[in-house]
Write a protein that binds this ligand. Structure first.
Ligand code: HEC
Ligand code: HEC
Length: 364
């Protein structure tokens, strides 16, 4: 605990680098979180493989699908445990491929399992926690915007909407993370990822300014709690059961476009629509008539729920990874009529096609 980590920041300011002043930000260590019992660690490791490896990678390296961040970067676990890990895992980041995994929002994991997986990830990372406060980081938002434009937009997007790097203007990201967590990521970077450390490149003041700019993107909108819908039962899976089949021209033998799928739905063709994301996000918004059938489903148990003679279209938000993962397994089990929605559900919505939303949610 006495152990103090010293981070050297260049305060170049208006004097320029030749007259730069060094400012030091020091961080105290935070006591480590509890250790897991062997049984808890075993379950956490298997939950990781089952639920997270698809996007975050078999070895937590990140960027396997849809630019999911690294879950082994030391700087993340130094600053992020527990809440910056637990909250995205539990509630997801609305509007990104990261869905919520906690049972309370319709996901597969219990509260204990989410805590244990957060701590398991921490212990795997080998990080030591630093103490961060809840205090706001004060800075000049206008100057921060300039710094952002010059240094961050290539990866995080012009307005922080995310490209190859996380969406920093995302309301769940902002609601779930404190300012000092955000500043720590900018100072330290995220080791083992494309996120560079800016502590030698920007002055301490500009790091505060850009942090304040990111914070200024938070709206006052409340994170809404939704009423969970009942999941459909197998007898309800086929949409328009009495009608004719669609005749899709599949791109690469596998992909159906949003346009063709929407036309088939409008023409009331017979279909099974599988939503392969974690079910908590099906609860928030889904294609009409779709069935929550997550990528981690136990197919030995569930394949009997699906008809072999009906066209199956699977979709996800990553934008195809989870759907392709599931349909590849279905094909091996003899399902010959499978297709994947090419644009994914976000692409579908961006094209203006309709979704069914949870009661109480506006457009997000
Ligand atoms: C379908 C792909 C996908 C799956 C599966 C997935 N994630 Fe993510 N995750 C993402 C993406 C994409 C982001 C970044 C979203 C953004 O902010 O733009 C993310 C972000 C996160 C973050 C925030 C990391 C940071 O740097 O702040 C954590 C923590 C996380 N995920 C944990 C998990 C865990 C634990 C699981 C398994 C229970 C999981 N994720 C499953 C795609 C996924
Ligand atoms: C070369 C691309 C690149 C640039 C430039 C860049 N970043 Fe990043 N940033 C990333 C990536 C990739 C991640 C996710 C790291 C991971 O995989 O864990 C990230 C993560 C972050 C995070 C943590 C997000 C989270 O979900 O926890 C913050 C905050 C951040 N960047 C801020 C900035 C700011 C501010 C700038 C400009 C001063 C910047 N970044 C410049 C690529 C970049």
């Amino acid at each position: 605990m006495k152990d103090i980590l010293i981070i050297v920041l260049l305060a170049a300011g208006h004097l320029g680098f030749s007259h730069s002043v060094f400012a030091e930000r020091t961080y105290e260590r935070e006591a480590p979180p509890r250790e897991l019992s062997p049984a808890q660690a075993k379950l956490a490791a298997s939950n990781y493989q089952k639920y997270c490896a698809l996007c975050h990678g078999d070895n937590r390296e990140g960027h396997k699908n849809d630019h999911a961040p690294s879950l082994r970067s030391k700087s993340l676990f130094e600053s992020g445990v527990p809440h910056s890990i637990l909250r995205p895992m539990s509630y997801g980041r609305v509007g990104t491929a990261m869905g919520g995994y906690l049972d309370e929002v319709g996901g597969p994991m219990t509260l204990d399992e989410t805590w244990d997986l957060s701590y398991w990830l921490f212990w795997q990372s080998g990080a030591e926690r630093v103490k961060l406060s809840e205090k706001p980081v004060i800075g000049d938002v206008v100057q921060g915007q300039k710094v952002f434009k010059e240094n961050c937009t290539a990866c995080h997007g012009k307005n922080g909407e995310g490209i190859t790097a996380p969406a920093l203007a995302n309301q769940s990201f902002l609601a779930h993370n404190k300012d000092e967590f955000i500043r720590y990521a900018i100072e330290q970077g995220r080791d083992g990822t494309p996120m560079p450390s800016f502590s030698g490149k920007l002055s301490a003041a500009d790091i505060d300014n850009v942090t304040a700019y990111i914070r200024s993107k938070a709206s006052e909108a409340k994170i809404s709690k939704i009423q969970l819908k009942k999941l459909p039962t197998p007898d309800q899976y086929v949409v328009n059961p009495g009608n004719g089949d669609p005749e899709f021209e599949l791109q690469d033998g596998k992909f159906v476009s949003s346009e063709d799928l929407f036309a088939a739905m409008k023409a009331k063709k017979r279909l099974v629509l599988l939503d392969t994301r974690v079910p908590s996000v099906w609860q928030r918004a889904h294609l009409e008539g779709s069935v929550p059938f997550p990528y981690y489903s136990n197919l030995e148990k569930r394949m009997h729920e699906l008809p072999k003679d009906v066209q199956i279209v699977a979709y996800c938000s990553c934008p195809r990874a989870a759907a392709e993962y599931l349909t590849a397994q279905l094909e091996q089990l003899g399902f010959d009529n499978t297709a994947v929605l090419y644009e994914g559900i976000f692409g579908w919505m961006n094209l203006g096609y309709p979704v069914v939303r949870a009661a109480g949610l506006g457009s997000e």
